[in-house]
Design a protein. Structure first.
Lengths: 470, 470
């Protein structure tokens, strides 16, 4: 078998692998990209894109109901599913057409291999198709792992045997179940509840903790209120003891003294880096752990190995994976050319304390940087202020009786914001001002001069600064 | 007549005068506030608030039409007008109830006087009620003018006699005219066209130039496209020669070789500082001009006189007036206490090159800082990049076939952004990230690390930086 050499071999052509490849070919490197499933990855077909395609019409109908002067808006479930089908490029057989993505990979002059990429020693990668090695690749400079993550199914008795839906099945739903029980109060659980309830399911959401526990505690409470007003039965602090599926397909979930009966069960109990089956053992790494990397995305163990996106465990978020991919791609171009490492572009420093996230429930949760708890744990001298977004004139125009809240976590020593959280309708696009402020560590007394137009919801930034005492 | 003394006398209780008063009483000064019309001002009853109350339902119905999966949404014009009535606190006699605002003024421990405030020599102000002086006030430290602006009616033959509607009549419309001609392609003209068309009028909009000419040229073109798709007959580069109103109320507008016949005409041809009748002559100032002030909002002529908001002609925008009011209030507190002037809070520097504005048409126009033309005129070494917002994944989820554009004006010498413009659906809340970046002069290579969540429309920030070459 002919062995082919590239400057860099990328395993995984999700958005993260694609971005890394794009930066590198633009920088003059030869790049091979290997994908076992679909180019475009989890995000394009089974996660971000279909979930938002399904959530957006639901969200808009809810927004319409909150405004006197709009009448008649309702969700057309069949049309919503058809919209999703278009977004994820569904084929008649229920699969997905990723030709647009593979063409994009070729358009950036990278070589695309369909198959499983597996490390086979230092800077060597096998491509497996149908269980056979179909191609051997060597990487002159580096191998980049961008294999993403996989859902975890914890050892709840009967859960695995009940063949629960994961996020893939939820976002690719064709027949909306009448009754659903969702296990898990994280992002996937909450968004799945909003989605399925919006499409007409009777939903029970069970979390052993609260909802969205990595956010400020009140964020999860506001989302619970929102889900309840969508008709979701939200049950927090409830431990599931057993799951069983009857012969007729009915699922029973036992938790505490209660039993919840449904037509379908969704397991949304976390994800873990996809490190299995990619040959990490062949280079002496532990395949049971995330691939540990430094801020240049280089393995802390092997100088020729890089890992970007979920597989390195830094931040399981598409946009942070893409961010890492930009840094990693630029790093490899610079290192291949023997350029110095000093540029601020060659590090993914925002990963640590400047990460944004949006949860597309109704209300939405948009946050960046550190929560109060995280900031205190890291030893900052913290002060927190908050403000009811409904008091902002612009919010009262966006929705009658707007409900929402914003908070700002301040590092008192430096007079800069460490984090912001916004919960409310349409706060997703409100976040970037906070992200710029947190990332650039803009002093609050400069932020004071960043004026928000009247009457926009963004005036909440002014209100937070006033609440702080400016 | 008993003459009363206050630390500061504020003439005008619109949002700008109210904010200045609030900062000053919080700082321990005694303050009198005088308002001839309604506390809360133009913005609360006749401008920003009612216009957005009317525009928002129209905009939401248009947004619903752009999403497969939402059906049946339509504007209910009577309910929209009722919504507006609530927002502007309409009374049964067609007036407005400003008791909430006067109570607010009293809640901050300022003295409220209803009447016309008029300067009567240095630091002296008369309150006139029914043409009589009802109160004499003296200001120990300063008089603050916050009288706002008035619409101008240019000398087009027949226009004044035709008794055209201004923005007040548009935003307070009760019976929507069948056919309307709007003169003026600025913000008021464009928003009025969107509003009336959305409520069912057949609208012709005539501008002697383009639309929104202070923005990037393509912004006005996209708004013209949007208005046309709402059914508005947009006529640019057309000079009106004559207006006449017949006995039956029908209005005829002659422009070029054409005549436009309508049931109502709207004059949206600019505003000027409200300097008349406030006694400027009594202190030696020219009442035909804006009151010229420095960055502390102090008159460049008289050290005891301050002017905030439209009356100083710096920026005829509510939010910039409120911004100036915060600075002015803080300045007066500091000066009354003999504190030094050095704090960055004591200057309204963002007025010059860091001003944001949102136009609530469909598409919206959101901009901050300098346009390309303005930046070049000021001698900056300029490079401009732009990006089609419809190509952003998040935008394709917000609306099927999203149409919009973003641009960034960069100062090449310093590597910072001088201005941003966004045109598209729901871009109003997208702006604050740009405003923070422009105001804090965040280097582009730092902005690179301010990550936008996937899939939000805010990813357009990344695209602009990539287009720039980062």
């Amino acid at each position: 078998m002919e062995e082919r050499e590239f400057d860099v071999v990328v395993i995984g052509a999700g958005p993260v692998g694609e971005v890394a490849a794009g930066r590198m070919t633009a920088g003059g490197l030869s790049v091979a990209v290997i994908e076992e499933e679909l180019a475009g990855g989890e995000c394009s077909y089974w996660a971000c894109m279909p979930s938002k395609a399904l959530l957006r019409p639901v969200e808009l109908v809810e927004a319409a109901k909150r405004i006197q002067g709009v009448r008649g808006a309702e969700v057309d479930p069949a049309a919503v599913l058809a919209r999703r089908d278009k977004v994820v490029k569904r084929t008649p057989d229920g699969g997905h057409d990723d030709s647009g993505q593979t063409e994009w990979v070729r358009s950036i002059c990278a070589e695309f291999y369909r198959g499983r990429g597996r490390l086979a020693g230092e800077r060597r990668v096998e491509v497996l198709s149908g269980g056979e090695v179909s191609q051997l690749l060597t990487a002159k400079h580096a191998v980049v792992l961008a294999t993403g993550s996989r859902p975890t199914v914890p050892p709840i008795p009967g859960l695995r045997e009940a063949e629960p839906w994961g996020s893939r099945e939820v976002t690719n739903v064709d027949v909306v179940p009448d009754r659903v029980v969702i296990l898990g109060g994280g992002v996937v659980g909450c968004e799945s509840a909003a989605m399925l309830a919006g499409l007409g399911s009777s939903v029970t959401l069970i979390s052993r903790g609260g909802l969205l526990d990595r956010n400020e505690p009140w964020a999860g409470e506001l989302v619970a209120d929102g889900l309840r007003s969508q008709g979701v039965n939200v049950r927090t602090e409830l431990q599931v003891s057993e799951v069983s599926r009857a012969a007729d397909g009915t699922v029973t979930v036992k938790a505490g003294d209660e039993a919840f009966v449904a037509d379908q069960i969704v397991s949304a109990l976390g994800r873990r880096p996809a490190t299995a089956g990619i040959g990490l053992e062949s280079v002496g790494l532990d395949a049971s752990k995330a691939v540990d990397v430094d801020d240049s995305l280089r393995s802390t163990q092997l100088p020729w190995l890089y890992a970007v996106g979920d597989v390195n465990g830094r931040n399981l978020l598409t946009h942070m994976g893409k961010y890492q991919a930009r840094a990693c791609g630029d790093v490899l171009v610079a290192r291949a050319k023997g350029e110095p490492d000093g540029s601020p572009k060659l590090t993914a420093y925002a990963d640590h304390e400047k990460t944004p996230q949006v949860v597309f429930t109704d209300p939405q949760v948009a946050s960046v940087g550190l929560t109060e708890k995280a900031a205190r744990e890291r030893g900052y001298d913290v002060r927190v202020v908050d403000y009811d977004i409904g008091w902002v004139a612009g919010a009262s125009l966006v929705a009658d009786d707007y409900t929402g809240k914003a908070s700002m976590v301040v590092d008192e020593k430096r007079g800069v914001a460490l984090g912001f959280t916004f919960v409310g309708q349409d706060v997703a696009e409100l976040l970037h001002g906070a992200t710029v402020a947190v990332t650039a560590e803009v002093p609050l007394e400069t932020l004071w001069h960043a004026v928000a137009s009247y009457p926009t919801v963004s005036e909440v930034y002014l209100r937070l600064l006033e609440a702080y005492g400016l």
